[in-house]
Design a protein around this ligand. Structure first.
Ligand code: NAD
Length: 424
């Protein structure tokens, strides 16, 4: 969820994601009866490290990159969260992302607090060698504050299992000990978990099933629209198709495809590139704006922030909106959708499947005993179904929207733990 104002500065989209996150945290703590001191503790990360990473580029010159690592709250346990490589990374975004991670961990009841990292860079313009040097340099720079029992990183936008492997190797060399539990999202041969790559989409699929039941919608034949065809969106399209739903719209950064009779998902999956682009292959496309307003049963924003705003919230025709993306709906739009009787499943719940399976990976690394894909899927299903029910009931019983209910559930455990520790 993001504030509605966005500005373009030097080609960088500067969307304030921190202030609206703090607004809902404050409201959630007030509803739970906590003092303003608790809000003062939880409104910002406990720790925020800024590092400079010198990398010798392929042209022989040294380029100095800026990176961040935020640790929101470690009262419950070590902090956990991904590392983003993107030109738009900034301090406030990393802070907000670490708070969202804390909320996700609280919602799916993991023994973690939230963390997040980022490096200002464009990996699409870097060679493999430069990316490896940057990844290893980042780990050396933040090594004092991370570790398997302190803060456990993972992949995020534009980072993948190869980058996790380099980072794990660098940490293991410094530690002089093989440390697979230092990071999650690793390749299977290095202690990764089955089901990690598809975990977010699987989690979204499970909450869609739960939301559809509450709204009396049969998944078989339901009309689904998905914005974004990357890791989250494309696997979700596959799972929805397999569940018998009709995926009638998908999109990427360049446009959208619509077929009221259902798109050929297997063909689209086959033709998409590694950046989630597929619409360039077609002539008859519609815009992302038109896609969001299509007549459908279930709408899933799975691309970027700030897509459903007060400008278009009244034109959304879906009965259920499930936020696979982080922050696709503004607070104003959340209010409009809720008032219109649309069931909104918020990002901190809908996309928590990723961190849940990351936790499973860490548990397997600590045990040195590895689970089958079926075991991972069964455990994920149990966690997501329970978490959805918890938030849905909180929303109904406390008469609050699903976002506020999710924040209330998400913040409770860390507030309680901070209190028991005597911090507030
Ligand atoms: P990705 O980079 O794999 O794919 C992003 C997709 O969005 C691509 O299809 C891209 O073309 C499209 N896109 C980019 N800009 C767009 C625009 N302006 N309009 C429409 N479409 C646009 O990313 P992903 O991993 O699938 O993540 C998507 C969202 O889900 C992000 O908000 C991310 O934070 C969130 N998320 C992902 C995961 C995960 O495990 N992948 C976990 C939690 C949350």
């Amino acid at each position: 969820m993001v504030a509605e104002k966005s500005t373009e500065k030097n080609n960088i989209t500067d969307i304030d994601v921190l202030a609206p996150t703090q607004e809902v945290i404050k409201e959630a703590l007030e509803k739970l009866g906590y003092s303003s001191e608790m809000y003062d503790l939880l409104k910002e990360p406990l720790r925020m490290m800024t590092v400079k990473i010198p990398v010798r580029m392929d042209n022989g010159q040294v380029k100095v990159f800026t990176g961040y690592r935020a640790q929101h709250n470690d009262a419950v346990g070590p902090t956990k969260g991904g590392i983003r490589f993107h030109p738009n990374v900034n301090e406030n975004e990393v802070k907000a992302l670490s708070i969202w991670m804390s909320l996700k961990c609280g919602i799916v009841d993991l023994p973690y607090g939230g963390g997040k990292g980022g490096i200002i860079c464009d990996p699409r313009e870097m060679s493999f060698r430069e990316l490896e040097a940057l990844s290893r340099g980042y780990v050396r720079a933040i090594s004092q504050i991370v570790g398997p029992t302190k803060d456990i990183p993972a992949p995020d936008v534009f980072t993948n299992s190869q980058i996790m492997a380099w980072m794990m190797d660098e940490y293991s060399r410094m530690d002089e000990f093989n440390s697979p539990g230092f990071i999650t999202g690793k390749p299977l041969v290095l202690g990764g978990s089955h089901g990690r790559e598809t975990a977010t989409a699987k989690g979204v699929t499970i909450v869609i099933g739960e939301a559809a039941k509450r709204k009396g919608i049969e998944l078989k034949g339901a009309r689904v629209v998905i914005q974004g065809f990357g890791n989250a969106g494309s696997f979700l399209a596959k799972f929805m198709h397999e569940a018998g739903a009709k995926v009638i719209g998908i999109s990427d950064a360049y446009g959208a495809l619509h077929d009221p009779n259902g798109l050929d998902i297997e063909y689209l999956l086959d033709r998409r590139d590694s950046y989630g682009t597929v619409t360039k292959l077609f002539e008859n496309t519609i815009s992302n704006k038109e896609l969001l307003e299509l007549d459908c049963d279930i709408l899933v924003p799975a691309a970027i922030e700030n897509q459903i705003t007060k400008e278009n919230a009244n034109d959304i025709k879906a009965k259920i909106v499930v936020e696979a993306a982080n922050g696709p709906t503004t607070l104003e739009a959340t209010k409009i959708l809720t008032e219109r009787g649309i069931l909104l499943v918020p990002d901190v719940l809908a996309s928590a499947g990723g961190v849940t399976v990351s936790y499973f990976e860490w548990v397997q690394n600590n045990q040195g005993y590895y689970w089958t894909e079926q075991e991972v899927e069964d455990r994920l299903e149990k966690v997501m179904v329970q978490s959805f029910a918890n938030i849905y009931e909180t929303s109904v019983n406390r008469n609050v929207n699903m976002r506020l209910a999710a924040y209330m559930v998400g913040v409770r455990k860390m507030a309680e733990a901070s209190h028991f520790r005597g911090w507030v």
